[in-house]
Design a protein around this ligand. Structure first.
Ligand code: C5P
Length: 221
């Protein structure tokens, strides 16, 4: 089967407070984008890659892929205003004969072969999609704007989900052909009637949002 990966890197990352987009924030010596790009390119399960760059940053993204010697990068396209728009732009660059599409956030640099293997396995067992997640360890409260606790929410059966998320290509295309916006791909596949399984995630798939996250991830290099 042919497995295509879409690496979404088009977010602005305003909370980092940098001039450049988040994907080009420095992580060690290289831009943040370099780490997930190299890891997905080297992953034996993945046949080809589409990179979704911030509009106007396609050229630097291609140059980076060339510098790193990433031979599987097929195309680099410009992202959109939302993550959903960016995934849709990436999906348009995936050929019709792809069987499986894996979508990964560049903001989660420490993607591993193990987690890619875990999300791909359920696709040959009748699932439309599989996503990594971790059970929520904390007590959850719904809180009003002024800080007043409205209710305590049971954490029973609640998982915090991550990327990479893997889907049968047809199921993902059907989901993205519909209108709608969501913070992950699985939500759109679920809304389109797809069956999605959660598999064991990885604490190292932390999403870089703040400078503190960037420093934490840099300490793992
Ligand atoms: O904004 P957030 O941190 O949830 O973004 C998750 C991932 O989606 C990041 O890798 C980011 O670059 C990407 N994204 C995108 N296009 C957008 C917004 C986010 O590719 N418009």
């Amino acid at each position: 089967m042919s497995v295509w990966a879409i690496l979404v890197a088009a977010g602005r990352g305003e909370r980092l407070g940098l001039e450049q987009p988040k994907a080009f924030a420095k992580l060690g010596e290289d831009p943040l984008l370099a780490e997930p790009l190299r890891r997905l390119d080297e992953c034996e399960w993945i046949d080809a890659l589409v990179v979704v760059a911030p509009p106007g940053w396609e050229e630097p993204a291609i140059l980076l892929a060339e510098e790193l010697g990433c031979a599987k990068v097929s195309e680099c396209v410009a992202g959109g205003a939302t993550r959903t728009d960016s995934v849709r732009a990436g999906l348009a660059a995936v050929p019709e004969d792809a069987l499986v599409v894996l979508v990964h956030d560049a903001a989660r640099p420490f993607v591993s072969d193990e987690v890619v293997g875990r999300v791909l396995a359920p696709l040959s067992e009748g699932w439309d999609g599989a996503i990594p997640g971790l059970p929520v360890p904390d007590t959850l409260k719904r809180v009003d704007g002024d800080g007043a606790v409205r209710e305590t929410v049971s954490r029973d059966g609640l998982w915090a989900v991550q990327t990479p998320q893997a889907f049968l290509a047809d199921a993902l295309r059907r989901a993205y052909a519909r209108a709608g916006d969501a913070t992950d791909c699985a939500a759109l596949v679920e809304a389109a009637g797809g069956r999605v399984k959660v598999v064991e995630g990885d604490p190292r798939l932390l999403k870089v949002t703040t400078t503190a996250d960037l420093e934490r991830v840099a300490s793992w290099l």
